[in-house]
Design a protein around this ligand. Structure first.
Ligand code: BTN
Length: 259
């Protein structure tokens, strides 16, 4: 058993960041870290404030799906106030930060399934949810929510076992979620500062995608697209070559990978 008690101090101590994770609100159990983050952001919380929970009882994912966070896993939300022009890059930033941290702590290689799931050996290990309050050209706040299955025993959750995995199941041993969280916050800050200094995350994100070159089915609202994922654009949208040969740009959707 990894000795790994989460607390705000344990996360922040000697973290070495300028602002991400310098203020941490830790909760043993909450409905969703996204709700707390939203309240905090509305009250003008410092940029980089992180809400972390040991357990979520009402965790949520994209497309109104539920997200499971029993104890021993990672549920966190980061508050940012970026310029509007950086919004498309934040999806890239979050998934790249997750991939790097997983590899740094466990040595495991992971990949991104467009737009922002992280997979290991084809199964989902992390989900990312970005919520924002944008009015016209003004970004009031952005919240990046990250859920990582760290010590989830998939055998205990047969309903998601065919499609999900965890770091501990992949490694065959428990992993320090505190260590993963600290790496993640450091990496988020580095990428955020790079991006703000004009660096591009696009190339690395594109090259991390498991989706490109694959047959896919994309569900976007009521519409289903079948085809081959040909590429991704710099704004993060997916370029899909349909069965009729036409290229469609898809901004948001849910992908099922084919062969
Ligand atoms: C998805 O895969 O659909 C996104 C899942 C996002 C889950 C995280 S866990 C931390 C934060 N709090 C939530 O309720 N959701 C996000």
């Amino acid at each position: 058993m990894v000795e790994d008690n989460l607390s705000a101090d344990a996360v922040t101590k000697d973290l070495g960041t300028r602002f991400i994770g310098q203020r941490v609100l830790y909760y043993p159990s909450v409905a969703s870290t996204m709700d707390i983050a939203r309240q905090e952001a509305q009250q003008g919380a410092a940029e980089g404030t992180v809400i972390i929970a040991d357990e979520q009882t009402g965790g949520r994912g994209r497309l109104k799906r539920a997200w499971l966070t029993p104890k021993g896993n990672i549920a966190l939300s980061v508050i940012l106030y970026p310029d509007l022009s950086y919004l498309p890059s934040l999806i890239m930033l979050a998934s790249l930060a997750v991939i790097h941290s997983i590899e740094a702590v466990t040595g495991l290689k992971s990949q991104v399934k467009w737009p922002n799931d992280v997979l290991i050996n084809g199964k989902k290990v992390c989900g990312i949810l970005i919520e924002s309050d944008v009015r016209g050209n003004t970004v009031n706040y952005i919240i990046i929510g990250i859920g990582i299955n760290v010590n989830l025993r998939l055998a205990d959750f047969p309903e998601i076992q065919p499609v999900a995995t965890s770091l501990s199941d992949e490694l065959g041993g428990e992993v320090s979620h505190l260590n993963v969280i600290r790496h993640l916050l450091v990496k988020i800050e580095r990428l955020y500062l790079d991006m703000s200094a004009g660096g591009s995350l696009y190339e690395e994100w594109r090259d991390s995608l498991v989706t490109v070159g694959k047959k896919v089915r994309v569900t976007a609202g009521e519409t289903i697209y079948d085809g081959v994922a040909e590429s991704v654009a710099r704004d993060g949208s997916l370029l899909l070559r349909g069965l009729d040969g036409n290229l469609t740009r898809i901004v948001a959707g849910d992908v099922t990978l084919g062969d």
